[in-house]
Write a protein that binds this ligand. Structure first.
Ligand code: FE2
Length: 354
């Protein structure tokens, strides 16, 4: 834990040095024409996937525009950009979770994206109403199950997992995870607080063990026989299947993927997105990078490397995603995930989902 914190802190310091070192030349471009922008774009991102770094490197190779990345926690990055105001070095803000993207919008750190080239890449449902941000990828929070002892016919809805027949069989990570908070927030938005609370209570009643570890760890626990089903994000199944560690690949092979609520509201999805920062010093480069990341070809690369669903409808899905099948997704205003976040956190406390 501490080692991880330390390495994150180290990255932040490193990124800060890099950013401040280029501060002089980037601020010169403020009033100039697009062509006068120095060939650089500064990205503040809360996404933690290797796939993103590879795409940034490809972009630099194709355009000669260097992508300088500052990684951090979404809330801290938002506050930092707000504090820096017009002086900020950030051109783009990237994060997972539609609720947090909306929070960035409401904090006033983003400017609308008006480029047709970008908007054509991303359907309306996967961008902010005023285009304060546009989606980069989506993921589904599904039920995975032990293929050797559970049949897909045994599964149906998120609610059905609260049935006493699953007592001692359900695995899921801690409620401190935004993935779970947004899942519960979606239920508050769709069915109201009471429904959401009794669902959370029902899952707690059926816990195979007190929540611990990551989504990947829940699947490892299924493979070890600790429980039979788990709630996880789809891409983690793909990442297990393609892991360099043969033991992880073995775990992945044992998992079945089930999309719940197909006869109802659909499976819970969440969106990763990008916003153009107010006061961006390299807006033309920034827009080029958004157009690049949302283009069909690059969306296919992202889907293949990180097992997320493309937002661009012209992009083909990665093979594993196709194998799991097309599915009906919740159609929610992603802002609702943020709107009901505090309520979700409260419910988790009330039902003892630690
Ligand atoms: Fe993740």
């Amino acid at each position: 834990m501490f080692r991880r914190l330390r390495s994150v802190a180290g990255l932040l310091v490193l990124a800060l040095i890099v950013l401040s070192a280029c501060g002089g030349q980037t601020t010169n471009g403020t009033g100039g024409a697009a062509s006068e922008e120095p060939p650089v774009v500064n990205v503040y991102t809360a996404r933690h996937y290797d796939a993103d770094d590879a795409l940034f490197a490809d972009f630099t190779k194709e355009t000669g525009i260097e992508v300088k990345v500052l990684k951090g926690k979404a809330e801290e990055l938002i506050e930092r950009i707000a504090r820096e105001g017009q002086a900020t070095e950030a051109d783009l803000f990237i994060t997972v979770d539609g609720g947090v993207l909306n929070q960035a919008k409401e904090r006033g750190i983003l400017q609308p994206i008006t480029d047709e080239a970008i908007l054509q890449n991303v359907p309306e449902a996967l961008r902010d109403r005023e285009n304060a941000w546009v989606g980069l990828a989506t993921r589904a929070r599904v039920i995975v199950y032990a293929k050797d002892r559970i049949k897909p016919e045994d599964l149906s809805t998120y609610e059905a997992l609260t049935d006493p027949k699953w007592r001692g069989k359900v695995l899921v990570r801690s409620s401190t995870s935004l993935y779970n908070q947004s899942l519960l927030a979606s239920f508050i938005a769709l069915h109201g607080r009471e429904w959401a609370k009794s669902w959370a209570q029902g899952i707690v009643n059926n816990f195979a063990r007190p929540p611990e570890g990551s989504d990947r760890d829940q699947m490892k626990a299924i493979a070890a026989g600790v429980g039979d089903v788990a709630l996880v994000n789809t891409y983690y199944v793909g990442l297990l299947l393609t892991s360099e560690d043969p033991k992880e690949r073995e775990v992945g092979e044992k998992m079945g993927v089930f999309f719940p609520d197909q006869d109802g509201d659909g499976t819970h999805i969440n969106v990763s997105g990008v916003g153009l920062v107010k006061g961006a010093k390299h807006p033309e480069n920034a827009k080029k990078l958004i157009a690049y990341l949302t283009s069909a070809a690059v969306q296919e690369k992202l889907s293949k490397a990180n097992f997320e669903y493309p937002v661009n409808p012209d992009a083909r899905w990665a093979e594993d995603l196709e194998a799991w099948g097309r599915f009906k997704a919740q159609s929610l205003d992603f802002a609702d995930l943020g709107r009901y976040n505090q309520e979700a956190v409260k419910i988790f406390t009330e039902v003892g989902w630690k």
